[in-house]
Ligand binder design. Structure first.
Ligand code: NYM
Ligand code: MG
Length: 267
């Protein structure tokens, strides 16, 4: 891929946090400063999959919980070729919700772990920046049209907020929290500053894959001779980072021992 790619910027938050308004304002601001930019949103309700999701959200149809989760994910995957080609051309994408909403909303339902919920989205293009618009569910509930669609209840939104907080502990993702209770213009200024910074950085960096670990395949015991990739869960990611650190310390320690031994023998 040419190095001068566009940036992938995602806005996340509970319902009515102001994501759509802020995405539009960010797109305008970036356009005005001469950057090629496009806005996309998830769910993308215009596709065949998106129409099934839309009917579900509008309570016109019922879908089994696992099924609708996978549809939300499929709705992102079907946009990946378009997203990659735009980014490669140097266009920055401003995205209204992404895999984080997928994981936060489904895992707020009983019986769904965050780990299970992230799996279908492992390997999606990884955002260069995820802006989390922080607004208490109580404040969000006071904003217009709250309660029209599925999931728009205070109890559910509080559970979603907690799940987002869990997701934000993952340091492999570049999260930035924005105080969404400020005025629209102040929120916009914060978002624009962070985005312009990331735009410059992304030009020189490769596009990565979300929630995917770059580790060597392990030999599977259940399939002799076969290989399997470790499950990219948050726990594993943290364990892996920890292991790397311990490994580095041990290397430095053994190097020291060898050097000391060497000089000892010389003297
Ligand atoms: N939503 C959105 C999910 O449950 N899973 C997902 O993967 C995504 C992208 O759909 N309540 C939920 C969050 C919202 C709803 O979003 C529709 P919007 O931004 O109001 O169109
Ligand atoms: Mg909505």
């Amino acid at each position: 891929m040419a190095c001068k790619r566009g940036a992938l910027i995602v806005l996340e938050g509970v319902d009515k946090a102001g994501k759509t308004t802020q995405c539009k304002k960010l797109v305008e601001a970036l356009q005005q400063s001469g950057h090629p930019v496009e806005m996309i949103r998830f769910p993308e309700r215009s596709t065949t999959i998106g129409k099934l999701i839309s009917a579900y959200l509008e309570k016109k149809s019922d879908l089994e919980d696992h099924t609708v989760h996978l549809l939300f994910s499929a709705n992102r995957w079907e946009m990946v070729p378009h997203m990659k080609s735009r980014l490669e051309q140097g266009t920055t994408l401003v995205v209204d919700r992404y895999a984080f909403s997928g994981a936060a909303f489904t895992s707020a339902k009983p019986g769904f772990s965050l780990d299970w919920c992230t799996q279908p989205d492992v390997g999606l293009p990884k955002p260069d920046l995820v802006l989390f618009l922080q607004l208490s569910p109580a404040q969000a509930a006071l904003r217009g049209h709250f309660g029209e669609e599925r999931y728009e209840t205070g109890v559910f939104q509080r559970a979603v907020q907690q799940r987002f907080e869990e997701l934000m502990k993952d340091s492999s993702v570049n999260w930035k929290v924005i105080d969404a209770s400020q005025s629209v213009e102040d929120v916009h200024d914060d978002i624009t500053d962070l985005s312009l910074h990331v735009l410059r950085e992304a030009r020189e960096r490769r596009l990565e894959e979300l929630w995917k670990l770059c580790v060597r395949p392990q030999v599977s015991k259940s399939r002799p001779g076969g290989q399997r990739w470790p499950t990219p869960s948050f726990d594993l990611a943290h364990k892996y980072q920890g292991m790397l650190f311990v490994n580095k310390v041990l290397h430095i320690f053994s190097l020291n021992v060898i050097i000391c031994f060497h000089f000892d023998r010389k003297n």
